[in-house]
Design a protein around this ligand. Structure first.
Ligand SMILES: [Zn+2]
Length: 216
């Protein structure tokens, strides 16, 4: 069984994906991980992808699809969680090409309002030395700008500055909205309120995954 997990930056998708792997034993495929895995295994598609990467090029969609196929083939008996794929409508359509063999059973969308996302992402900072993460509102270092763990300098990553966050959210929105519509049209769409606590969100996702498994 295959399901897609969709969520904006800051919606908690990463946390939920980890929980699904740990608690339900899902096999997670994110394109980044899948690429690295196939390259290190030295498979044919892995080598193809590597050639593009070593030239500093983006891996084209058809090679990416080959990577996905390879991963799905070796985990077809498991509950597969697609994390961050399809990212846009073109990838959703490409994925549909595999449908006769690997149909997507559901797309679960962790929904969080933009204002809430801005609040969550806005206060993020990180130690430039040890990588410990902080949040101005929820987990501030005891001395401003100084890491509790190592005394390093706590900084806001360029990606986490407000103007950059707005751009990231906008890109996500533009690319993802058509994907959500696509799964809605195909009656495979499940929307979850991502403003609840991580545990409640997880239980809801778990319920949907178990229903999907049962109705297969
Ligand atoms: Zn530190």
């Amino acid at each position: 069984m295959i399901f897609v997990l969709i969520g904006a930056p800051g919606a908690g998708k990463g946390t939920q994906a980890d929980l699904l792997v740990e608690s339900l034993g899902c096999y997670k495929i994110s394109t980044g991980d899948a690429l690295r895995r196939q390259i290190s295994l030295g498979t044919k598609v892995g080598k193809e992808a590597e050639a593009f990467i070593s030239e500093g090029k983006l891996v084209p969609d058809d090679v990416l699809l080959g990577i996905l196929k390879e991963e799905l083939a070796s985990h077809s008996e498991e509950v597969v969680l697609l994390d961050g794929y399809p990212r846009n409508l073109s990838q959703a359509n490409t994925l549909e090409e595999l449908e006769s063999v690997y149909p997507v059973n559901g797309a679960i969308h962790i929904h969080v309002d933009e204002s809430e996302l801005l609040g969550r992402l806005g206060g993020r900072c990180v130690c430039s030395n040890c990588g410990e993460t902080y949040h101005m509102q929820h987990k501030a270092p005891s001395v401003e700008g100084v890491c509790d763990k190592c005394g390093g300098k706590v900084i806001t990553r360029t990606d986490d500055q407000e103007d950059k966050i707005r751009v990231r959210l906008e890109v996500y929105e533009n690319q993802t909205a058509p994907v959500l519509n696509y799964y809605q049209d195909r009656k495979l769409y499940y929307k979850i309120d991502g403003t609840k606590g991580p545990k409640d969100v997880f239980n809801e996702i778990k319920g949907i995954v178990e229903d999907l498994k049962g109705s297969r």
